[in-house]
Design a protein around this ligand. Structure first.
Ligand code: ADP
Ligand code: MG
Length: 293
């Protein structure tokens, strides 16, 4: 193999906004047949906004926003930031929690204004015996059928409302997925978000296979399982919780707009956070290999 061809390959890559870690990466691009895509921040923009506030019967809307907003202000999750920003815009300054705990992949809890507040997945509230009533369940399902994410909020032992945040699919994602198929790659959407939201996003992006409601620590196991089934797996992600999966994948690609931990774990960085660059990277690498052989 002539090292010059590899250098040309990686140099052209840099021009296209693709950083390839080393020449050994090129070989993996030829083997991969499956491409696993993280949802939030990879297929979608990850920029969420608070779109609906649904208090339970007898619960004050401003109180719901103050308690949930105060708590979420302490979380760095994109969902949390959307809730805190939306709450501040409506009710002004938020109370500072007396305690705060992040429940990885499920939500957050803490004491705000003397109330023990919980915000996150419906199943998290259920674990604390806080069940959504029929009206809240209906509101949650309506939001999810539109591809939005509904966060359940409860305090003092009862479910008190639902907050709806929405993220948007990137304009370039559907085109990127079409290109993956052209390259012979089967796309799979992987997310911690619920099945309904995941399916809606997958439909918009043109992805048929969905693996949803996966806890952050279990993302890597999904990659291992696909590999055990004989698949050669590329994975594209952006978050801290994607790093182990990116490292386990036969080919790891990180969004340059994502976290440093993900970038370090990956073989390829997509500088602009545009999923089409993943297709460019694979096409270019395969072509580069072709000129060497
Ligand atoms: P993804 O895999 O799409 O990046 P995560 O694994 O980070 O998603 O989160 C999974 C789910 O856990 C979210 O969709 C949400 O329901 C819940 N969740 C996580 N963090 C929070 C938070 N700070 N506030 C409310 N809900 C949360
Ligand atoms: Mg993510």
């Amino acid at each position: 193999a002539t090292p010059t061809a590899l250098l040309v390959g990686t140099g052209r890559g840099a021009q296209m906004g693709v950083l390839i870690k080393g020449p050994e990466v090129l070989e993996s691009t030829r083997r991969v047949d499956t491409i696993v895509l993280d949802k939030t921040g990879t297929v979608t923009t990850g920029k969420m906004t608070l779109t609906d506030v649904i208090p339970a019967a007898g619960v004050d809307r401003a109180e719901l926003l103050r308690l949930a907003g105060g708590l979420e202000d302490y979380s760095e999750h994109p969902i949390a930031q959307a809730i805190a920003t939306g709450a501040t815009a409506e009710v002004g300054e938020l109370p500072t929690p007396e305690s705060f705990e992040n429940i990885e992949g499920k939500g957050v809890t803490g004491v705000v204004d003397g109330h023990t507040v919980l915000a996150g997945r419906e199943s998290l509230l259920a674990e604390w015996s806080q069940c959504l009533d029929d009206d809240l369940k209906t509101a949650k399902q309506a939001a999810e059928s539109q591809g939005k994410t509904a966060i359940a909020v409860g305090w003092d032992g009862a479910a008190c409302g639902v907050l709806v945040v929405s993220d948007q699919i990137k304009l370039t994602s559907a085109e990127a997925i079409r290109q993956f198929r052209e390259l012979g790659l089967t796309p799979v959407l992987l997310t911690g978000d619920n099945q309904a939201v995941a399916e809606q996003v997958a439909a918009e992006a043109g992805i048929e296979q969905v693996i949803a409601e996966v806890l952050p620590k279990d993302k890597v196991d999904v990659i291992t399982r696909l590999q055990a089934e004989g698949k050669a797996v590329a994975m594209v992600g952006d978050g801290v919780n994607d790093a182990p999966a990116l490292a386990q994948a036969d080919l790891g690609l990180a969004m340059g707009t994502g976290t440093d931990v993900a970038i370090e774990a990956a073989d390829i960085t997509l500088v602009r956070g545009d999923l089409r660059a993943a297709a460019d990277a694979i096409r270019l690498s395969r072509r580069t290999l072709g000129t060497i052989k």
